[in-house]
Design a protein around this ligand. Structure first.
Ligand code: 6GU
Length: 246
């Protein structure tokens, strides 16, 4: 997989070198490039934004530098597999989740386009749809100043799914938000007593059936408490949507 980042804050991506994607790059699973959007400006002040048509607060990112950057960075491969997926990080995108991480992990080339939160001229997104697959992705219902931290979070979720990256494939299957749809059960290690807190006896019983049942029960309780939405079916078994009155 190749990962490119287009940003006016390239410094945000320094952690890529040290952490998880850095290790994946060392293993040859991954290559990445960080690009300053201002590289594709031509005026003395390297301008990337301007006032919004129609008025309103804040600035909007001008289209020209994005267009020229895409001309250089998008791979216009003829086969689907080598085609670029441009990920625009924006609070008005589709919510990022494990399912989307798994989908992005199948792509050959991700190009993250990190805008400031006031937004990028809509024509950039419209144009991008003509030259690449486009996903507009949000981390959740809160506002960040720019899409850089979101791009890093998405990167970490995607890269750890690449075949050959994780040491232990089983931990990928068991963890929260994977197939089961429950949050993870609590985990314990040595020592058996610590500051008056004990490891639950069942985990030291050696009874694997009881341990599995206890863990499942804990996962259900935790999910009911913290994420009841995950336990509430939204479709019937035959796929019919359940619509609730609000
Ligand atoms: Cl992807 N970008 C920005 N600017 N804010 C966000 C976000 C993304 N996701 C949640 N808030």
């Amino acid at each position: 997989m190749r990962l490119d980042y287009l940003t006016i804050f390239p410094g945000f991506f320094a952690p890529l070198e040290l952490s998880l994607p850095g290790k994946a790059a060392d293993k040859g699973l991954l290559a990445f490039g960080v690009h300053d959007l201002r590289t594709w400006t031509h005026d003395r002040h390297r301008t990337v934004d301007d006032t919004p048509y129609g008025g309103g607060a804040g600035m909007v990112m001008r289209p020209e530098p994005w267009g020229e950057a895409f001309d250089e960075l998008v791979r216009a491969g003829s086969t689907g597999a080598e085609r670029t997926t441009i990920v625009f990080t924006t609070p008005s995108g589709e919510p990022f989740d494990q399912r989307l991480a798994e989908e992005l992990a199948t792509r050959e080339h991700l190009l993250f386009a990190c805008g400031r939160y006031e937004g990028i001229d809509q024509r950039v997104i419209d144009h991008a749809r003509g030259v690449a697959e486009v996903r507009e992705v949000s981390l959740g219902d809160y506002v960040l100043n720019g899409g850089e931290v979101a791009a890093l979070a998405i990167t970490e979720a995607v890269v750890r799914l690449l075949p050959g990256f994780m040491g232990n494939a089983a931990s990928l299957v068991e963890e929260s938000h994977a197939a089961g749809g429950l949050l993870e059960y609590p985990v314990y290690t040595k020592p058996p007593q610590w500051r008056g807190h004990e490891v639950p006896a069942v985990l030291r019983s050696g009874d694997h059936g009881r341990i599995a049942a206890w863990r499942h029960d804990q996962a259900v309780r935790r999910t009911a408490e913290r994420r009841p939405d995950l336990l509430t079916p939204s479709v019937l078994d035959d796929g019919t949507p359940i619509v609730r009155a609000t």
